[in-house]
Design a protein around this ligand. Structure first.
Ligand SMILES: [Zn+2]
Length: 255
């Protein structure tokens, strides 16, 4: 990590970053819209001006990992993460889908006002839209509330599966017999059961997940306790957009 890169490597990486900076949306700071950002958060996949990069650094690396495009050493992985996350426009459409409702402070030069805005946006995710299922069905909320660890299956007798069976049916898995079979197999672990059911060929994808937008899926994962956006995106991509499977991938990777 700390090994110095050759000048040629550094220049190649800088060229890759400058190419990304040319993409529409990246020519402005993702937070304050100042022109020609020269800093980036490689964990969030955005380009930032020097002031906003400072605010990100202040929040801590668990929220945002910032680097200078021109002065810091980059790895190919970090550059690829930015490319994969889609740049300023895409990331902003997820974390602040309605900028008209959550506009920039009128005084963007006001450090204090801007810090509050940046923290609300990235630390509290206050501008993201709640996923619709959370509001429509209180039972879904119950299902998400307790943080389950797939490594510690909860032992349950058959009659205790009734709540899980209702939840699975609500999620779009209509075959009760098979649901029960899978629940027994996973000893009542819902995450694993959903994972298995989603992989059965011909099984309909859960309706909730189908109807959710990308942004709602991200919110859902966050509500499940997965706060690292880069990991969430990666898991969603690997699961083909299935939130439940993405959640089980994230749970597995925590072990
Ligand atoms: Zn800025």
């Amino acid at each position: 990590m700390s090994e110095r890169q050759s000048k040629a490597t550094q220049e190649r990486h800088e060229r890759m970053l400058l190419e990304l900076l040319k993409l529409p949306g990246n020519e402005y700071c993702a937070d304050c819209r100042a022109k020609n950002p020269r800093w980036a958060s490689h964990s969030l996949g955005i380009f930032l001006c020097v002031r906003c990069a400072g605010l990100h650094r202040k929040m801590g690396t668990h929220i945002s990992k910032v680097k200078s495009v021109t002065m810091d050493q980059w790895t190919v992985e970090q550059i690829e993460t930015i490319r994969k996350l889609g740049g300023n426009t895409h990331v902003n459409s997820l974390v602040n889908p309605h900028p008209d409702k959550h506009p920039l402070p009128l005084t963007v030069d006001d450090e204090h006002a801007m810090e509050k805005f940046v923290r609300n946006k990235w630390e509290k995710h206050a501008f993201m839209e709640p996923s619709p299922s959370m509001h429509l069905d209180p039972r879904t909320r119950l299902q998400v509330a307790p943080k389950r660890s797939s490594s510690v299956p909860v032992m349950m007798r058959d009659k205790d599966y009734s709540t899980s069976l209702i939840q699975l049916r609500d999620m779009g898995f209509k075959d009760n017999e098979r649901n029960l079979q899978v629940l027994r197999q996973t000893q009542g672990n819902m995450d694993s059961a959903v994972d298995i059911l989603s992989r059965i060929p011909g099984q309909q994808r859960p309706m909730v997940a189908q109807q959710m937008t990308e942004e709602q899926k991200m919110t859902r994962l966050r509500e499940m306790g997965h706060t690292n956006m880069a990991n969430n995106w990666d898991a969603l991509r690997r699961s083909g957009g299935n939130v439940e499977v993405a959640a089980s991938i994230l749970n597995d990777s925590k072990q």
